[in-house]
Design a protein around this ligand. Structure first.
Ligand SMILES: [Zn+2]
Length: 154
């Protein structure tokens, strides 16, 4: 069971931290926890789409988990030390919500596509293009690692 930190909780300062990279030795310690977190958010949510970054459970480290499906395209995985290397020039707005601010639904404008490099749940380096809804989810989670919430967006 994980406790999700919300804005205005006693520990909400952690949501504003710029998270630090994971060292390789830490991956062995935290990977089982991440897989457990993925199972937990999938099991505990009535939404078809779930995503959570480590700072949201009180650990200011650069990784997040995503499990979502949109238009038949599934995205499920662990993203460790992610870096966005390219952002598309074309941007698009859509509604977003956040487990750390469950009372907010906000239209957020973001690049439509990104290229990202990250370590996956098997500790392999991946470089992939993401577009549309998947790119939106990933950018939302990436923002958490930078200490940015959707209410900070213009
Ligand atoms: Zn969020």
């Amino acid at each position: 069971m994980f406790k999700i930190i919300r804005l205005w909780d006693d520990w909400d300062a952690i949501l504003r931290e710029k998270c630090t990279e994971i060292e390789e030795w830490e991956m062995h310690i935290y990977l089982p926890k991440l897989r457990e977190m993925l199972d937990w958010i999938e099991g505990s949510s009535s939404h078809r789409a779930v995503w959570l970054a480590l700072p949201q459970i009180g650990i200011p480290k650069r990784w997040f988990v995503v499990s979502c499906k949109r238009n038949g395209k599934k995205l499920r995985g662990v993203f460790i030390n992610p870096i966005i290397t390219v952002r598309s020039e074309n941007v698009v707005g859509d509604r977003e919500w956040c487990l750390s601010e469950p009372w907010v639904v906000k239209n957020v404008v973001r690049p439509w596509g990104i290229r990202m490099v990250h370590i996956d749940g098997h500790m392999n380096e991946k470089e992939r293009l993401y577009d549309g809804y998947h790119a939106r989810v990933i950018q939302h989670e990436f923002d958490h690692l930078e200490g940015i919430l959707i209410t900070d967006q213009p």
